[in-house]
Design a protein around this ligand. Structure first.
Ligand SMILES: [Zn+2]
Length: 193
């Protein structure tokens, strides 16, 4: 039975690298994959999945308006789809997570979603909340804090290197950067004066 998988992590853990490698493994065997890329708002992105170590591939950008079940059903009708991958899955809508669950349950295509668990304030993203709730399998992609512990949290820094403690979940078009920490050091940084 096909499943809905959610691989989650904080920033810069290598989620896109894993996605691209897994997709390649299918394609190497002559199987078709579809890579979907969630946009953080209703503006479609470029459709390119890029990893920090230099891999990249074309994907299909989508917004909150798109019915992903209908999209995959149509693509699968044209040519068999062996697996669906979703990058930036934290930006899925709850209804879209259900659409992906139906892709697994009713069309029988496995769906592998990759995304951030929480934002810079330690709050769940909507897509991640729904995936954590209903995915068949959860997988944590690990990266480490400067102290060597598992990093699960992220701090947003503005262009001048100041820690950002409040603001929108997604900083559209900003010059911010993100640094990952374990929970203890994230709390130290966020609570510091
Ligand atoms: Zn630490």
């Amino acid at each position: 039975m096909a499943k809905l998988y959610f691989s989650y992590a904080t920033m810069n853990a290598g989620k896109s690298t894993l996605l691209l490698q897994a997709s390649y493994n299918y394609r190497e065997r002559g199987m078709r994959t579809v890579i979907l890329i969630a946009a953080f708002d209703d503006r479609a992105g470029t459709g390119r999945v890029s990893s920090r170590i230099g891999l990249s591939d074309e994907g299909i950008p989508f917004t909150h308006e798109d019915d992903l079940y209908a999209l995959i059903e149509r693509l699968h009708g044209e040519e068999t789809v062996a697996c669906v991958f979703v990058d930036e899955a934290q930006f899925l809508g709850e209804d879209q997570v259900w659409q992906l669950a139906r892709v697994a349950d009713r069309i029988g295509i496995p769906v592998m979603a990759y995304g951030l668990r929480t934002d810079f304030q330690g709050k769940l993203f909507p897509g991640s909340m729904a995936l954590l709730a209903i995915a068949d399998e959860l997988r944590e992609v690990r990266t480490i804090c400067h102290c060597g512990r598992k990093a699960t949290m992220v701090v947003r820094m503005d262009a001048d290197g100041n820690v950002v403690r409040e603001g929108a979940q997604v900083d559209v078009g900003g010059n911010e950067k993100y640094v990952v920490f374990c929970r203890r050091h994230w709390e130290d940084v966020m609570k510091a004066d």
